[in-house]
Design a protein. Structure first.
Length: 291
């Protein structure tokens, strides 16, 4: 008898527990439905339609008003993207490669004409592609700027290498400086890169480092031949290029050839026979590269 009572009691406890569980489930369900009814219905937003505008706004704020941007990863080669099974770049489809070249050419022309103020929308319009196509190849405006002007700095390094082949070191040096100044006078974007972007971008800094090595060799050769004053360094050459670029920009509308006259005066000041004591010591090599 005692065993039967104990079994009945246990069954009652189990049944009570099951009823309790069902009641809790109903309470939770009602609360969820009530919460769902109170929850506001958000409008459906086509994220793809707005992604380009949001990315462009963020890029502008970061590029122009934020702190120096982190280094942009190395961009893929013009006709390839990473991601193959072996880790090697895979060729782009022909239409994608064509679009990439069109975007680069468009950006190169716009930055030369209007400087770095030219926007992504303008680049896309001139290239006859959508804004999204530009961003697929270049995640931000900074990446696009780096891609365009890395080529310019590589060209500068090639000019310096060609100048090193000149037998007369002074002639080679002055011919190099003149060619670089001519390019800067005709290219608003390149002037901006000289002023600022080279210091902010690791990608451009690497390209500039190659050119800087060759410029230093040009200076040493001219000094060894006795044509250039002995206290000239890389920072002085950089200042000459900055200065002529600034004159070209400021005087473009009134005296477009003034930069050339100004450059001639500066180069005369670098000649050994024109040397007088400097009012300040030369900037060291490591600091020169940080300018």
């Amino acid at each position: 008898m005692g065993i039967e009572i104990e079994a009945l009691t246990m069954n009652a406890v189990i049944a009570h527990g099951r009823r309790h569980d069902r009641l809790q489930e109903r309470v939770r369900g009602a609360g969820d439905r009530e919460h769902d009814e109170r929850r506001p219905v958000l409008p459906c937003v086509d994220a793809a339609a707005h992604r380009g505008n949001l990315a462009e706004t963020e890029s502008r704020l970061r590029f122009w008003y934020g702190p120096p941007m982190p280094a942009a990863p190395a961009s893929p080669t013009p006709d390839a993207v990473a991601g193959g099974p072996s880790g090697e770049p895979e060729p782009l489809r022909s239409d994608a490669a064509r679009n990439r070249r069109a975007v680069l050419a468009s950006a190169r022309d716009l930055f030369r004409e209007r400087g770095l103020d030219a926007g992504i929308e303008e680049v896309a319009e001139r290239a006859s592609v959508g804004v999204g196509t530009v961003y697929r190849h270049y995640p931000s405006k900074a990446h696009l700027v780096d891609a365009v002007f890395a080529e310019s700095l590589e060209e500068l390094a090639a000019l310096a290498e060609a100048a090193l082949a000149e037998e007369d070191a002074w002639e080679g040096f002055t011919a190099f400086v003149l060619r670089v100044a001519e390019r800067a006078a005709a290219n608003s974007g390149l002037r901006s890169v000289f002023r600022r972007r080279v210091r902010e971008s690791e990608a451009l800094a690497a390209s500039w480092a190659q050119a800087a090595d060759r410029i230093e060799r040009l200076v040493r050769r001219a000094q060894e031949q006795g044509a250039m004053r002995a206290d000239v360094g890389l920072a002085d050459v950089r200042a000459v290029l900055w200065s002529s670029a600034e004159v070209a920009e400021l005087a473009a509308a009134v005296a477009p050839g003034l930069w050339h006259r100004h450059l001639h005066l500066l180069l005369d000041g670098l000649r050994a026979e024109a040397a007088t004591p400097m009012p300040a010591p030369a900037v060291g090599r490591s600091r020169s590269r940080a300018l």
